[in-house]
Design a protein around this ligand. Structure first.
Ligand code: M6R
Length: 598
């Protein structure tokens, strides 16, 4: 949430900041702003609304200077407005600060500053830090920032510039992500490496409690007590084209379409027995007595798929937990447990807190994450990267598929008795199956036309199809704003059936052949109440085809693979409904890609 960009080097910062903000806009898009330092002249420009508003405002303007910071906001304290947009400055306009995270004690700090006679123009927690910096100035920016940071409670990635030391940027991180890009005599700062990939692929991932002092394109990292720290410079192998729309209208669409190619990468190098691409070997995993899969949103839905697989293969209980709930419970976790934490960004605050809980209780934590070098990847004991490339659309698509496939590969690797009854060859075929499944798009556009004006849409399924239903409903809700609800098909008669009336759309997936008869009966129940049934299946689900109003036919495959490919039509339905309704697909209202606050 909130995107940060910073630059120090020989170039004009403005285009670098604006480009970076364009790439970060998915993290927050209710206002944006920049600050450029030209000696003693601090220029701050900020605007409510999408980045385009700021771009229009800056059209034709030119600023000198070699230091700049930029921010795109997802509001926490105060409504989206010009005044609440970042950067924030102190009363004398000598300090400019951008911030991602939440300063929990801002109100106490603000009261003290008001009593001392300082003024505030915004409702944000961030402005308090700007004023604190000015009131506690020591003559050295790094020292002042660390002194102020010692009194901050909460989470932050902060980036500060000042006219008092116009060749410096100081930044610090506590829980909110911050990456340093190392170029030739230039240094970049960003909340996400994809934002600066066009300039460099050499990145330093700052750790919690790190502060960086950037002077004229060079940097040094310190802890809060100003002891210098060395951090590894990592090469990131993402291609810049992966973070661009490449001619597609929306990132979400591009990310759906590129799934076959991306899944090839998830599989690559991992589909051989004794593969070194698998971080935990069977002899180790056998010692675990319980598995906790912990995640949020789409990643949680992916975890529901993993549960069945791991229970079958390893014969140990698997509990799938919402990280936001898990972190505040007192789960009985011990040192014989394995935690599998799943996350696209690797920066989701609740998942990070849940991971800490797992670790504190002695569990071994395996992270399935997409973003290389992310917080979860670094704090976990073992990591398996999804390798699906940067995902920019707020609605997760290719990362979800990557999560399913990564879990299947893990389960297969541990499945020496072949309890899943699936071969490596079948798994290798997933990219082809995904490609064939994408061919249903024309049919989906027609279906989308039929449901785009409905108020309520139900997704039903049994077993792994229920996990799919949950994901299908979330996709539709978050980008089309239609009310969508997922139900285990057998639960309908326990209440929700009351809501089914003439023409209510019910979307059903039928990838689990052993549950087909049961699900078919549930479809009969909704049909009898007038539902308009859209079913997804293959040649094995003829029964379903007969009774449904529309049938989306997918290629025949092993039932686990049928589950995996059944998400494709659901993703396309969500996309085309939102498109028909003219919604902001990549940046849905009230949401942000990476949820780094509670
Ligand atoms: O980065 P993560 O996978 O940890 O994110 C978790 C959720 O915030 C995320 O999946 C969210 O639900 C997506 N917007 C769904 O499309």
């Amino acid at each position: 949430m909130c995107g940060i960009i910073g630059y120090s080097g020989p170039k004009n910062p403005l285009p670098i900041l604006i480009n970076g903000l364009s790439r970060l806009e998915y993290r927050g898009y209710d206002s944006s702003g920049i600050a450029i330092l030209d000696g003693a002249n601090l220029i701050v420009e900020k605007k409510e609304g999408k980045l385009q508003v700021l771009k229009d405002h800056l059209e034709g303007k030119h600023f000198n200077g070699n230091i700049g910071v930029g921010h795109t906001r997802w509001a926490t304290h105060g409504v989206p407005s010009d005044l609440n947009a970042h950067p924030h400055t102190d009363n004398k306009k000598e300090f400019a600060i951008i911030h991602n995270g939440i300063i929990e004690n801002y109100s106490e700090l603000k009261d003290e500053l008001v009593n001392k006679g300082f003024n505030f123009t915004s409702e944000t927690d961030t402005e308090v830090v700007a004023v604190e910096l000015s009131s506690k100035w020591t003559g050295n920016l790094l020292q002042t920032v660390t002194n102020v940071a010692k009194n901050l409670k909460g989470t932050f990635a902060l980036v500060v510039t000042t006219t008092k030391e116009p060749n410096k940027i100081v930044a610090g991180r506590m829980m909110s992500p911050l990456v340093l890009g190392v170029g030739d005599e230039e240094v970049f700062l960003a909340s996400d490496s994809a934002a600066i990939l066009e300039h460099t692929n050499k990145m330093v991932f700052l750790e919690n409690g790190d502060f960086v002092e950037i002077i004229d394109g060079t940097y040094k990292i310190f802890d809060i007590n100003l002891n210098e720290i060395k951090r590894e410079v990592q090469d990131i192998d993402w291609e810049i084209s992966e973070a661009e729309k490449s001619g597609y209208e929306h990132f979400m669409y591009k990310e759906i379409i590129e799934q076959p190619e991306m899944i090839e990468k998830t599989l690559s190098g991992r589909l051989v027995e004794n593969s070194i691409g698998i971080p935990i070997q069977l002899n180790e995993v056998r010692n675990f007595e319980k598995i906790w899969i912990v995640a949020c949103g789409t990643a949680y839905h992916a975890g529901l798929f993993g549960k069945d697989l791991f229970e079958k293969v390893l014969g140990v209980p698997v509990s799938v937990e919402l990280a936001s709930e898990f972190r505040y419970r007192e789960p009985i976790v011990g040192n014989k447990d394995l935690g599998i934490v799943i996350s696209q960004s690797g920066e989701t605050m609740d998942t990070i807190a849940a991971t800490e809980l797992l670790k504190e209780n002695g569990a071994h934590v395996l992270a399935l994450v997409n973003v290389v070098g992310s917080s979860l990847a670094r704090m976990s004991d073992s990591v398996m990267y999804l390798h699906v490339g940067p995902e920019i659309g707020v609605a997760s698509t290719k990362a979800y598929l990557g999560m399913l496939v990564a879990q299947l590969v893990l389960a297969k690797h541990w499945d020496i008795e072949n309890k899943l009854n699936i071969t490596f060859e079948e798994i290798k075929n997933i990219p082809k199956l995904v490609k064939e499944s994408l061919e249903c798009e024309t049919e989906i556009i027609n279906i989308a036309k039929g449901i785009s004006k409905k108020n309520d849409i139900y997704f039903i399924g049994r077993g792994l199809d229920y996990a799919l239903a949950a994901e299908g409903a979330l996709k539709l809700k978050e980008i089309s704003y239609l009310h969508a609800e997922a139900l285990a098909a057998g639960e309908l008669k326990h209440g929700t059936l009351a809501l089914i009336e003439e023409g209510t759309p019910v979307i059903v997936t039928a990838s689990q052949s052993h549950l087909l008869d049961k699900t078919t009966s549930n479809v009969q129940e909704v049909k009898a109440r007038g539902a308009f049934v859209i079913a997804v299946g293959d040649d094995n689900s003829k029964k379903m085809e007969k009774i449904s109003d529309q049938f989306i036919s997918l290629p025949n495959a092993h039932s686990l693979l049928s589950t995996i490919i059944s998400i494709i039509p659901l993703q396309l339905i969500a996309y085309h409904v939102a498109k028909l309704n003219g919604e902001s697909i990549d940046q849905p209202r009230n949401l942000a890609k990476s949820v780094t606050v509670e």
